[in-house]
Ligand binder design. Structure first.
Ligand SMILES: Nc1ncnc2c1ncn2[C@@H]1O[C@H](COP(=O)(O)OP(=O)(O)OP(=O)(O)O)[C@@H](O)[C@H]1O
Ligand SMILES: [Mg+2]
Length: 115
C-alpha cells in the first residue's frame, strides 16, 4: 500500500468537532465556571502549558462553549491577541480600543433586539 504523507498547518482547533484529545468536557467545565462568576472583583483565568500543548485550542473550545450558553448567561466575548499588535501600537491602547468597539456593537445589537 502507498503511504499517505500529510502536512499540518499546526493551527489551533476552533471547535469541539476537531477535538481529538477529549478536551471538550474540560472546556465545558471552564465555561460553566466562568459564566457562574458573580463576584464584583475581576476574574483572571490563565491557561498554562508547554509550547504546542494546546492552550489556544482549549481557549477556542471554551469560547465556543461560552457562545453556546443561554442568552442570559452568555458573557460578552472580546478576543484580543497582544502578539498581533505590540509592534504597531501600545498594547493597552489597542486593548481599550477593542473593548470600546465591542461594547458599541453589543449596544447596537441590544437596541435592535429591543426594538
Ligand atoms: N484538542 C485537540 N484536538 C486535536 N488537535 C489539537 C487539540 N489541541 C491542540 N491540537 C493541535 O495541536 C497543535 C498545537 O495546538 P495549539 O496551537 O492550540 O497549542 P498552543 O499551546 O497554543 O501552542 P503555542 O505554544 O505555540 O501557542 C495544533 O496543531 C492543534 O491543531
Ligand atoms: Mg497558542
Amino acid at each position: 500500500m502507498t503511504p499517505v504523507f500529510k502536512l499540518s498547518a499546526d493551527a489551533p482547533i476552533e471547535t469541539g468537532a476537531s477535538d481529538l484529545l477529549g478536551r471538550a468536557g474540560f472546556a465545558m467545565s471552564c465555561a460553566e465556571a466562568i459564566a457562574n462568576w458573580q463576584d464584583d472583583a475581576s476574574l483572571v483565568v490563565a491557561i498554562w502549558g508547554d509550547w504546542g500543548s494546546g492552550k489556544s485550542s482549549l481557549k477556542n473550545l471554551i469560547v465556543e462553549k461560552l457562545r453556546d450558553l443561554e442568552e442570559d448567561r452568555r458573557p460578552t466575548i472580546v478576543q484580543f491577541n497582544p502578539w498581533q499588535t505590540s509592534r504597531c501600537e501600545p498594547t493597552l491602547e489597542r486593548l481599550l480600543w477593542r473593548n470600546r468597539e465591542s461594547s458599541r456593537t453589543a449596544d447596537r445589537q441590544g437596541r435592535q433586539g429591543n426594538s
